[in-house]
Write a protein that binds this ligand. Structure first.
Ligand SMILES: Nc1ncnc2c1ncn2[C@@H]1O[C@H](COP(=O)(O)OP(=O)(O)OP(=O)(O)O)[C@@H](O)[C@H]1O
Ligand SMILES: O=P(O)(O)OC[C@H]1O[C@H](OP(=O)(O)OP(=O)(O)O)[C@H](O)[C@@H]1O
Length: 220
């Protein structure tokens, strides 16, 4: 049987999804002890490759992989047209507009907004009918309004710690984010029975984790 190829986003997503992959019955020994390896074939049903988030759709669209596991922030930013088939309960956070106390959301001057996500930012300001200048930066986004690079930022917030520790506050909530399983359109036909098994098992494993996390969060 030809294995299904899965592009898994390296880093935070990989760490959060790994227990779900294992609980779904996929052999992840290799991923657990990966060192610098990037391809994992321990489970004969799957070939898992580790890629940067923004590259997941490049692999998926080219047909190099059939399945991608990636944050909905990246899918929205890249205006994905493949099928996001499964919502996982991990990677949950949200997009916000944030800045210092001194920021005036109604300022007359055209605002400068710093972000890692220019399309999401553009779409948001278009929706509310405001023309802004967007400055794309690659990380530590919270710095931008503190050092005068921008008036405000559009970024991801999970716990709110990064905003708090940098004396920033939220001015608007844009959208929710979570990790998704995306499937290449062609693969849906070619790998239908195998994809059914993968998705059913993942959904079940994810539901179990979500329930356990819910109980833990209430029991704290
Ligand atoms: N603070 C957060 N809490 C929860 N999920 C997050 C958070 N930040 C990012 N994510 C989600 O996890 C994915 C991966 O985040 P990660 O921080 O590993 O990526 P990155 O910062 O873009 O990558 P890199 O560190 O390689 O530049 C994001 O695409 C998003 O879906
Ligand atoms: O609300 P919190 O729980 O504090 O999480 C929010 C932070 O997490 C992300 O940054 P990341 O850790 O990916 O670092 P980066 O600055 O390199 O993007 C995001 O860009 C925020 O800075």
């Amino acid at each position: 049987m030809v294995p299904i190829k899965i592009a898994l986003t390296k880093g935070r997503t990989e760490e959060q999804v790994l227990p779900i992959l294992e609980a779904s019955g996929i052999d992840c020994q290799g991923l657990r002890n990966k060192r610098r390896r990037l391809i994992f074939k321990e489970d004969p049903r799957y070939e898992i490759i580790l890629v940067k988030g923004p590259d997941v759709l490049t692999y998926l669209n080219s047909g190099a992989v059939q399945v991608g596991i990636v944050g909905s922030d990246i899918l929205a930013e890249q205006r994905n047209s493949q099928y996001a088939m499964l919502d996982l309960s991990v990677g949950k956070c949200r997009f916000v507009l944030a800045s210092t106390e001194a920021f005036d959301p109604h300022q007359q001057r055209r605002k400068i907004i710093a972000t890692k996500y220019p399309n999401i930012t553009k779409d948001y300001f278009q929706r509310i009918g405001e023309d802004v200048e967007i400055v794309k930066i690659e990380g530590s986004v919270e710095l931008a309004p503190l050092v005068g690079l921008a008036d405000a930022i559009v970024d991801i917030v999970e716990t709110g710690n990064t905003l708090r520790e940098n004396n920033l506050r939220i001015y608007a909530k844009l959208m929710q984010v979570n990790t998704k399983l995306v499937v290449n359109r062609l693969a849906l036909k070619q790998f239908r029975p195998q994809l059914r098994v993968l998705m059913t098992n993942l959904q079940r494993a994810d539901a179990k984790f979500a329930a356990m996390n819910l109980i833990d969060s209430y029991a704290k």
